[in-house]
Ligand binder design. Sequence first.
Ligand SMILES: Nc1ncnc2c1ncn2[C@@H]1O[C@H](COP(=O)(O)OP(=O)(O)O)[C@@H](O)[C@H]1O
Ligand SMILES: [Mg+2]
Length: 401
Amino acid sequence: MKTNVGVVFGGRSVENEISVITANQAIQAMDKEKYDITPIYITKTGKWYSGEALLNVDNYRDTKKLLSMCEEVYMRPCYGDTNLYRVKKGLFQSNVVAKLDVVLPALHGTNCEDGTFQGIMEFCGIPYTGCNTLASANGMDKITMKMILKECGIPVVDYCWFSDKEWDDKKDVTVANVESKLGYPVIVKPANSGSSVGIRAAHNREELLDAVDYAISFTNRVIIEKYVQKLKEVNCAVLGNYYECTPSVCEVPVRSGEILSYQDKYMSGGKQSQGMRSTQREIPANLPDESTAFIQQAACDTFRALDCDGVARIDFIIDEATGDIYINEINTIPGSLSYYLWEYSGINFSELIDKLIEIAFRRKQDFGFKAVNYGGNIFAAKSAGGSKTGGKFGAKTGGKF
Ligand SMILES: Nc1ncnc2c1ncn2[C@@H]1O[C@H](COP(=O)(O)OP(=O)(O)O)[C@@H](O)[C@H]1O
Ligand SMILES: [Mg+2]
């Protein structure tokens, strides 16, 4: 019996297209002897579709035509129902497209990678690869992520943060706070963006005002960090779970300007983008052994501190002026699932997916032992103020509730 894997991609996210590439790469790599694959594409407006046509990346040039070749589908958020249903059922057709055994979210960005999709999987009670809801949410929000890491003694650059309401409400105080805490230059980021979208450096107050307005056009929470001027970026992926986590080799992505841009990440290969595979990179990173060891250890510490599972990529900043190494961010569903890092680390893409699926089943099994009932039915217990005793909220008292 093969395992039926629902591979989910797209989504209401600025990284919708990148996710199509990640999913396509993963599907190509999956062992077809072991897995039946059900591709599920979430459109930019949030509708779900399934169909063979989703497997050809060229079809995404004309999404209207693509969707006309697919069928609209949905899942029911009811525990134990792991079916994928069709919205429009033919006369002699089942309403079930597939019964899924496990889901592989190949989604990036907001409304996808941030725990929202993982929450649906929890509701359905279906095993899914990668981080759980909380790890995904914390991993996506650069503010809570940095708070947790700081609390755990893992080094992050100095930062401050505020909401768009605070910005509108007391701009002067907020600007003064940024200037006194960090000075210039700073880098301004939407708290939950990805792929460098919405991020700008600011070298003075005027640029800060512009950069914050730009960031809040994408989201409601903004993080401002000290801009590390002489920086080297190093990425390291981690695979596993709490019990066993393995760091990959490190890579140095190559950037063309002040920040590693969307173009550097996805469009520097010339021909059709291969997602994160397109980034120009030095791999393995040419670093002193002690820096590599520090980064690999800090990557695993970060993975554990945030309670991650599956594969995540942890991105570091080395301040070349001081030699200090900081965690910049975690990507809980990294572009291309970081398979190019694992290939260098002796795990091919197909094996990587096998491991992700194993870890997903293991987590589901572990959580099966956790209590979801406590103390029986309080409404049936005599002492609990049921109708006989007429407690505060009981029928006899005719209470408000
Ligand atoms: N504190 C910083 N100092 C200097 N450059 C930075 C800093 N933080 C981020 N960058 C640059 O901006 C890029 C995008 O920032 P990052 O936090 O990784 O956001 P994203 O989630 O969009 O990838 C980084 O790859 C790096 O080039
Ligand atoms: Mg980044």
